[in-house]
Design a protein around this ligand. Structure first.
Ligand SMILES: [Zn+2]
Length: 253
C-alpha cells in the first residue's frame, strides 16, 4: 500500500514523524510520497526523505503559493537530478476557487512545471479546483509530449475525467470518497479504469470516515482503500495491489 500524496512537512505530522512512520508501517504502507508546496516546504522535504527509506518526495509550488514562490523549470530539473528520492513534480495546477495567487502567476508556474516534466519524463502531480476547462486546455497543448499526469485528490466531474483519460492521466482518490455526500465522485471512481487509480491521504488534511474532522495521517489510508475496494466490488488486497502497481508504473518506469 502506498500513500501517493501526503504533506509530512506540515504540522502535526512533522513534529511526530517517528510515530507517523511507525503507524504507517503497522498498517502495511510501503512507500510515502511527501509533496512540496513552496520553497520552504521543499527545504523541509529534503531533510524528511532522509529519515526513512520508505519516504520519497517531490519538487514544486502549490498553485496557492505561486505569487510568493516563483519557480522555473531549470530549478525543478536541477533538483530532480540532484536527489535520487525526489521522484515527482508538484503539486502544481490551477485553483480558481480560492485564488490565493492570481491566475497569471498560477498559469505561468503550471507551465514551468510542465516544461520540467517534459525534460525529465517525471510525473506531474496536479491540483485542479474550479478550473477544469483551463487545466484540460493547458495540458492538451502539450499532448504530443505524452505527459505523465497524476490528478491528485480528484474531485472533478466525470466529463473532466473522460477528457483527462484521453491524455492517459492517472487519478488519485482521497478520503473524500468516504464522505456521505460524495456520491457523484464515487460514481466517477467506479467508472475509471482500474489501471488508472491511485490512493492518497493528502494528510494532514481530509481525514477519511471514521476519522473525519481529525488531523489526517498516512496510516488512515486504509479506510480509503477499503471504501474504494467496496465501490469496485473487489477485495481490499486486490485494490491495494492494483494501486501499488499503478504508482510504481507511473513513478518508477
Ligand atoms: Zn496536497
Amino acid at each position: 500500500m502506498i500513500d501517493s500524496h501526503c504533506h509530512l512537512d506540515h504540522e502535526p505530522l512533522l513534529s511526530n514523524l517517528v510515530n507517523v512512520i511507525k503507524r504507517s508501517k503497522e498498517v502495511g504502507i510501503e512507500k510515502l510520497l511527501t509533496i512540496s508546496t513552496s520553497f520552504q516546504s521543499f527545504d523541509r522535504i529534503k531533510q524528511i526523505i532522509q529519515k526513512d527509506e520508505m519516504i520519497y518526495g517531490t519538487i514544486g509550488i502549490h498553485p496557492h503559493e505561486t505569487t510568493k514562490n516563483k519557480i522555473t523549470s531549470d530549478i525543478i530539473v536541477q533538483n530532480l537530478i540532484e536527489n535520487r528520492k525526489i521522484i515527482g513534480i508538484g503539486e502544481t495546477g490551477l485553483d480558481f476557487y480560492y485564488n490565493n495567487s492570481n491566475k497569471d502567476d498560477q498559469i505561468t508556474s503550471f507551465k514551468e512545471h510542465i516544461e520540467a516534466s517534459i525534460e525529465t519524463d517525471s510525473p506531474l502531480i496536479i491540483h485542479s479546483r474550479e478550473a477544469e476547462d483551463e487545466t484540460f486546455n493547458l495540458l492538451r497543448n502539450y499532448r504530443d509530449h505524452n505527459l505523465k499526469i497524476l490528478m491528485h485528490c480528484f474531485t472533478g466531474s466525470k466529463d473532466f475525467a473522460k477528457k483527462l483519460l484521453s491524455l492517459n492521466a492517472y487519478f488519485s482518490a482521497s478520503g473524500i470518497i468516504t464522505f456521505k455526500n460524495s456520491q457523484d465522485l464515487q460514481e466517477t471512481f467506479k467508472f475509471l479504469p482500474l489501471d488508472k487509480i491511485l490512493i492518497e491521504t493528502d494528510s494532514p488534511f481530509l481525514a477519511p470516515v471514521p476519522n473525519r474532522g481529525k488531523k489526517n495521517e498516512p496510516s488512515f489510508i486504509s479506510f480509503t482503500a477499503q471504501k474504494l475496494a467496496d465501490l469496485r466490488n473487489i477485495s481490499k488486497s486486490d485494490l491495494i495491489n492494483l494501486t501499488t502497481n499503478n504508482f510504481n508504473k507511473l513513478f518508477f518506469n
